[in-house]
Design a protein around this ligand. Structure first.
Ligand code: NAD
Length: 479
């Protein structure tokens, strides 16, 4: 049984959760401890006690620990990638890529521990100097979703520790294996007891405890809009700092002048790879009249070549959906879209067993054409391999459709026009904009985040992470 890490000790929980392989549901990966609120309380107590000393640790100490964690993750990429593919259903190359990303994030924030920055400037008053510095905020609660089980934990834990905070980390209940492996690496990296705590358990128990305990100075959350709203309400009620990364309904525009091959590759990659289970997935394709029919025909041809199979098998393009409940949601939305007048142009078929006869949550990627902006398929996040197509008259109409959404995480355009690419980068109401690239797949050293219903608070990743994980102090001195 895989245990929780609280105050430097591995503790059994009050119950266990079973981690099942979605590519072969007969395969039990392991049983993971589920903490109760009392154990979450212990972790917060430990983190609170560890904070004064850790917040004054040297940059060298923090660099050495984070650099070693990053190096071990990178050295074990094949093994950790295999675990990730097995528990979440990303293909092996995608899973190894995610592990490499996590390792690089730790290395990046190791360097950031050495570069806290600050300003020294003269006061407007004679003889007075002003210093502006950043300090750690305290105990941070980190709550993560199942779809990036090592990269999202890494991009919250690494900056939290780099800037001198103590961590209570609650991973997604569905996919705890990669989070546990990361915690195990951190447990041997030289961190004092209590600085980093892993508390696996239910959102309604462990998560709620982090939201409401006044010793938790800040909460960084990635997950659904519904849970994000609970995080926000709880944190506002006690004036805690919070940061939310939530859903998306990301558009990709394909203009008449697009390179057809570039457009199809970008749309297939960001719509269907990782089984469409990426917050940055392009789930709405907005295609102008002149290329619409050629583009749909090319998409359908490309989709027919995709191999849907065990996530860890060589040659698989798309693995299974993560679990039965998400699969049910994907199938439901295909039905809703058809019921509202959409046409299922390709895919959307449930496959009970893979090529080796193993039972799993397989679904062929679905393309739904002939949709209109008010349909639910164009307004609500499905979070599966289900993509809808909207027909646009011209660039201006496509731009308006792309911004007609409650979300604003990522947006893309396929075009050979510098004029339209430049205009789109400026006028898209999304936090991340891609030209002739998939909307999913981003660098680890630059800010990540969105607008409108997708995100709230400072950006994650890159140097911008300091905005959330530190607080600014202004000091005045008369010499
Ligand atoms: P979710 O909201 O169900 O769960 C996210 C986390 O919150 C889990 O750890 C869960 O246990 C916890 N939680 C649940 N209820 C809670 C409560 N009452 N209090 C505190 N914590 C609670 O989301 P999910 O299904 O795991 O993830 C999928 C969602 O995540 C999608 O909407 C996707 O778009 C989003 N996502 C966003 C980003 C981004 O950066 N914008 C990245 C990845 C995923």
């Amino acid at each position: 049984m895989f245990k929780n890490l609280i105050n430097g000790e591995w503790l059994e929980g009050q119950s266990v959760s079973r981690n099942i392989n979605p590519s072969d549901t007969r395969d039990l990966i392991g049983e993971y401890a589920q903490a109760d609120a009392a154990q979450a309380d212990l972790a917060i107590t430990a983190a609170t006690a560890a904070f004064p000393a850790w917040s004054l640790s040297t940059p060298q100490q923090r660099f050495d620990i984070l650099d070693a964690v990053g190096a071990e993750i990178l050295a074990r990429r094949a093994e950790l990638g295999d675990l990730l593919a097995r528990e979440e259903g990303k293909t092996l190359p995608e899973a190894i890529g995610e592990v490499v990303r996590a390792g690089n994030i730790f290395k990046f924030f190791a360097g950031e521990a050495l570069r806290p920055g600050g300003e020294s400037l003269p006061s407007v008053r004679p003889g007075v100097g002003v210093e502006v510095t950043r300090e750690a905020i305290g105990v941070v609660g980190l709550i993560t979703p199942w779809n990036f089980p090592i990269a999202i934990p890494a991009w919250k834990i690494a900056p939290a520790l780099a800037y001198g905070n103590c961590v209570v980390f609650k991973p997604a209940d569905l996919v705890p294996g990669s989070a546990w492996a990361l915690a195990e690496i951190l447990s041997r990296a030289g961190l004092p007891a209590g600085v980093f705590n892993l508390v696996m358990g239910r959102g309604s128990v462990v998560g709620e405890k982090l939201l409401h305990d006044t010793r938790v100075a800040a909460v960084s959350f990635t997950g659904s809009v519904a849970t994000g709203q609970k995080v926000a309400a709880a944190c506002v009620s006690r004036m805690a700092k919070f940061q939310l990364e939530m859903g998306g309904k990301n558009p990709m525009i394909v203009l008449d002048d697009a390179d057809l091959g570039v457009a199809v590759n970008a749309a297939v990659n960001s719509g269907f790879f990782s089984t469409g289970q990426r917050c940055t997935a392009s789930s709405r394709l907005i295609v102008t009249e002149g290329i619409h029919d050629r583009f749909i025909a090319a998409m359908v041809e490309k989709m027919k070549t995709l191999k849907i199979d065990d996530a860890r098998k060589a040659g698989t393009d798309i693995g299974p959906v993560v679990d039965a409940s998400q699969l049910g949601q994907d199938v439901d939305y295909i039905g809703i879209a058809k019921g509202e007048g959409g046409t299922l142009a390709q895919g959307g078929e449930r496959i009970e067993t893979n090529a080796d006869g193993a039972p799993g949550f397989y679904l062929t990627p679905a393309l739904i054409t002939g949709t209109t902006p008010e349909m639910r398929i164009n307004r609500e996040e499905v979070f599966g391999p289900v993509v809808s197509v909207l027909r646009a008259r011209d660039y201006e109409h496509a731009l308006a459709l792309s911004n007609d959404t409650p979300f604003g995480l990522a947006a893309g355009i396929a075009t050979t026009s510098l004029k339209h690419a430049t205009h789109f980068k400026r006028h898209s109401q999304a936090g991340m904009v891609m030209v002739n690239l998939p909307t999913a797949g981003v660098d680890y050293h630059v800010p990540f985040g969105g607008r409108k219903g997708s995100s709230y608070g400072p950006r994650e990743q890159g140097r911008h992470a300091a905005e959330f994980y530190t607080t600014v102090k202004t000091a005045y001195t008369q010499a």
